[in-house]
Design a protein around this ligand. Structure first.
Ligand SMILES: *Cc1c(COP(=O)(O)O)cnc(C)c1O
Length: 458
């Protein structure tokens, strides 16, 4: 399988090159040249597999330049790090299927992709005799999942910037209790935006980027989407009710999670509909409802991992929506850059609405749903999942409804305590972090200071 850019201006590359490249050189996102698909008979066979075997059957269609035995090892290692053998339990509560995609080492769904990506990086670097220095900014979940994905790996160092004192205590503990030699936590005296700007400026210095072999782990890497495609199959099989096609409800920020679902459907997975759930940062809800994709100021909500105003994977969706018309995508992205927004014609939006519904939950509603769901079912959900469950409970449908639960409630206990009056039980993977030694470096809000730190430590 070869990979092309959504903007059509770079020659096709292999899977391994696509993984190492991240963003395409023309500024587009890499996508597979063709969509592999499964027949009904094949789907029946897949439904009997355990998670790593299912992941192998799907991923091997894309990672065609990795030796099968090697790929199997990479996948098995990635999901052995989860705290349940099932990897993703699907439970039925209050008439909804709740898919717990958060059982990885940092208790948010980012682990599903970043465990896999860490092992892939290690394999490719070893084979090529290369090194990689990952630099990234985080508001919490991605940074910790990325650190756990590459801790202790040969040939990789990781530098993660977080805003000092502005990530949740659990997230802070998860990142800074990793004392492996190749992991560097930088607590920046500033906001998340400051951290992101520093990272942008560092990557903008192409000489520095090249001299120090810098790489990124953000959600534009195709391998991250790919690892997420697997659980749409897995969850559908577990919610099969007399062959009815399920509805997926997906708490959404960067459109990475839900794009994987959309792609699974292109591969032949029967899906009735996707419901894209947002918080008060509702650019994607406005897109689906009115064709208005215009970014506004980001507001801080109870579900910080969904506090975004530009969805980095949206470009991949547009590419497939407009039948792989790369020049159309390029033109739309130009408009977005110049005008800070895109307005889509009603005829296109009618087509979008055939596949996507949407719902935007306010902070108040997030609290209400956490409280009422706990009262009615005894099951505690985190504030991100609550945005989805709020949408799921409003649906009037005969289809099985699968809500993706993107984080463990113990990761965001304050909102849960405030809403439902109960402290979520901490899983062993969080309990064991308490009292561990910390490794973190305070650093000023200054790009040069961060560059100096990287130079000293690569
Ligand atoms: C990242 C994240 C999301 C948003 O996922 P996207 O792929 O960015 O749409 C939702 N919930 C949690 C807990 C997350 O960490």
């Amino acid at each position: 399988m070869r990979y092309v850019s959504t903007r059509g201006k770079v020659p096709a590359v292999s899977f391994k090159d696509a993984v190492m490249m991240g963003l395409a050189d023309d500024g587009g996102l890499l996508v597979p040249e063709s969509v592999p698909s499964f027949t009904t008979e094949e789907l029946t066979k897949l439904s009997a597999l355990d998670y790593p075997s299912l992941a192998y059957e799907i991923i091997s269609r894309f990672a065609t330049d990795i030796e099968p035995a090697e790929l199997k090892k990479i996948i098995e290692k990635s999901y052995a790090a989860f705290d349940t053998e099932e990897v993703i339990p699907v439970v039925k509560k209050g008439g909804l299927y709740i898919a717990e995609i958060f059982h990885g080492p940092t208790f948010a769904f980012k682990d599903i992709a970043l465990q896999f990506l860490g092992n892939l990086f290690e394999h490719i670097l070893e084979e090529r005799g290369e090194r990689l220095n990952i630099v990234g900014a985080t508001s919490g979940d991605t940074g910790s999942a990325a650190i756990y994905g590459v801790r202790g790996r040969k040939n990789i160092r990781i530098f993660i910037l977080h805003p000092k004192g502005r990530v949740s205590p659990v997230q802070e503990m998860q990142m800074t209790s990793v004392t492996d030699e190749n992991v560097f936590n930088l607590a920046v005296h500033g906001t998340f935006d400051d951290c992101q700007n520093i990272v942008k400026e560092i990557f903008g210095d192409l000489k520095f980027k090249h001299d120090y072999s810098l790489g990124a782990v953000n959600s534009i890497n195709w391998a991250r989407v790919l690892a997420q495609v697997v659980y749409y199959f897995w969850c559908s099989f577990r919610a099969a009710e007399n062959g009815k096609r399920p509805v997926f409800v997906v708490p959404t920020g960067n459109f990475g999670n839900i794009f994987a679902g959309y792609y699974a459907k292109q591969m032949g997975l029967p899906v009735e509909r996707f419901i894209l759930a947002t918080n008060e940062n509702n650019i994607l809800s406005r897109f689906i409802n009115e064709g208005d994709y215009t970014s506004k100021e980001v507001v801080a909500t109870y579900s910080p991992s969904m506090d975004i105003q530009i969805a980095s994977n949206f470009e991949r969706y547009l590419y497939f929506f407009y039948n792989k018309d790369a020049s159309k995508v390029e033109q739309l992205m130009k408009t977005l850059k110049a005008e800070k927004g895109i307005t889509f014609p009603p005829s296109d939006i009618a087509k979008v609405q055939e596949e996507f519904g949407t719902y935007s939950a306010s902070n108040d509603e997030t609290e209400e749903v956490i409280a009422s769901f706990y009262k009615n079912t005894g099951y505690i959900i985190d504030p991100h999942t609550a945005c989805g469950v709020a949408a799921g409970l409003k649906l009037d449908t005969d289809s099985p409804v699968i809500c993706l639960s993107t984080a463990h409630p113990a990761k965001f206990p304050d909102v849960v305590v405030k809403s439902a009056g109960i402290e979520p039980e901490k899983p062993a993977g969080i309990l064991k972090l308490e009292g561990l030694p910390r490794k973190v470096e305070d650093i000023s809000n200054d790009t040069e200071a961060v560059k100096e730190f990287i130079k000293r430590n690569v």
